[in-house]
Design a protein around this ligand. Sequence first.
Ligand code: DAH
Length: 340
Amino acid sequence: MLEKINELKAQIEGLTASNAADVEALRIKYLSKKGEVSLLFNDFRNVPADQKKAMGQALNELKNLANDKINALRDAVESVDTVGEGLDLSRTESPIRLGSRHPLSLVRNEIVSIFARLGFSIADGPEIEDDWHVFSSMNFPADHPARDMQDTFFIQRNPADVLLRTHTSSVQSRVMEKTQPPIRIICPGRVYRNEAISARAHCFFHQVEALYVDKKVSFVDLKQTLLYFAQEMFGPATQIRLRPSYFPFTEPSAEMDISCNLCGGKGCSFCKHTGWVEILGCGMVDPNVLEACGIDSKEYGGFALGMGIERITNLKYQVKDLRMFSENDVRFLEEFQSAH
Ligand code: DAH
């Protein structure tokens, strides 16, 4: 019997298992009622009385060894098994963290909803454009510097120019060539320019364009729309001023400044101590643009305006470096969690 005990000890010491089913099979083989260790206990009654003490001790040692070994094997396979089976690795970490809207989306939505309250609806156009919609229909002279490779990303030069739009004004011609007035649209979108990337410039950014074409549209309509927009966006105390400017597609053209909303117009480093910051370009649609798009300029007139969303966002949230907008740094994006 001692021989059998020693043989089983050696066997048990060398046991291995690679999964829970293996371990259970070993437990049945050695420790169940009909298992090898239990069967030895049955034989114990035949052991002569003088050997009973020593044999009993050896049997108990064997049983403890088998128990310990099988428990150890079970622990080992369980810690491996849980990685694949017990755990649902696709489950979200809890508590579930809320995302936040990108600051540019927040500001774009706000601009769009202000114009929507004035009856403007959203229009869309392609980012990959042709020369006609971006430049020619918008009354750019053939030798205008914006048509230069230095400013514009061209995808193809000849026979027809294919390029990344440099402004959302291209959506004006997209809409006018398909629709007769009255037209009242707002077009938010991404634009591209061949600029070196820095804190103050990027090769892509975002604009919102607005266009209103109808009978008897006057500069007064433009000015009142601008004032309404500025006060809705930056608060009822906001003042505006218009400075004469030049754009090929508007005549007359202007740039709009608002009273600096950081210092309330007293003068600070943001407004370069002038009390005013420039936020958009605008003007009365040039008759050449209307005609190029198939609209009778004797019957209809209109106004247009365009602004950079990054610039408005900087004014609202004081983002110092334009590159923050496209780096996807979660710490930056999380700062806008409470904004809607
Ligand atoms: N397209 C101009 C730009 O990219 C912005 C602009 C100015 C749009 C005047 C207009 C406008 O519609 O009337 O700088």
